[in-house]
Ligand binder design. Structure first.
Ligand SMILES: [Zn+2]
Length: 206
């Protein structure tokens, strides 16, 4: 892996300042660890935005009003609205470690990339068991994915649906670093910062 440049390090430090403001302590620590990892250990040039036909961020990571309106709940991910049927892409190279269709997350997949786990919820299709393996199957979308399968960054792994607890078509995108939830928006900001930096270098006149 290529070591990242100074631009991302600065962006990473900026993120550390951002998360320190009003997060609960434990979350802030996890965010800080992940942010340091973003700043020192990785290059995100090859990382993929996780959904096609993206429309809007509809719910951020963190505390929010519960759907009943009477209590607060913690939203462990970032919601990205996109039309039903839009393809979802693996954020990073990794291994499919879990496919599921029986929780509030709906038809979902967990991909592991080193210390990172990325989770995709509310997709179309369902889980099937065959030949001793567990598969996520979305025939109409041409998706068949086995637990244990390797994925390249940007691989289409499912389609936006309405399975699980959801009121509209969107991708719920969750992220963990070393088992701790992390705000996916931090990773997106680091990706953008690095891609901007990369662009300014490559567009420098000769
Ligand atoms: Zn969500």
């Amino acid at each position: 892996m290529i070591r990242i440049g100074q631009a991302l390090l600065i962006a990473g430090l900026g993120l550390a300042g951002f998360v320190a403001s009003d997060w609960p302590q434990e979350t802030a620590r996890a965010q800080e660890v992940a942010t340091n990892q973003v700043a020192t250990g990785s290059t995100w040039q090859g990382a993929s935005f996780p959904v096609e036909n993206f429309q809007a961020y509809t719910s951020a990571f963190g505390y929010r009003q519960s759907p009943s309106g009477y209590s607060q709940e913690f939203h462990h991910g970032l919601d990205l609205a996109a039309p039903e049927g839009s393809y979802i892409r693996s954020w990073w190279n990794g291994t499919v470690v879990e496919v599921s269709d029986d929780s509030a997350c709906g038809t979902s997949v967990v991909v592991q990339s080193g210390e990172w786990e990325h989770i995709y919820c509310h997709m179309q299709g369902h889980v099937e068991t065959a030949n001793g393996g567990r598969y996520l199957v979305d025939r109409e979308g041409g998706i068949q994915m086995r637990e244990g399968q390797q994925l390249a960054a940007g691989t289409r792994l499912g389609r936006v649906g309405m399975t699980g607890r959801t009121t509209g078509p969107h991708l719920h995108w969750g992220m963990k670093y070393s088992g701790q939830w992390v705000d996916p928006a931090l990773v997106l900001r680091a990706m953008y910062a690095q891609q901007r930096a990369g662009h300014s270098v490559s567009s420098r006149p000769n």
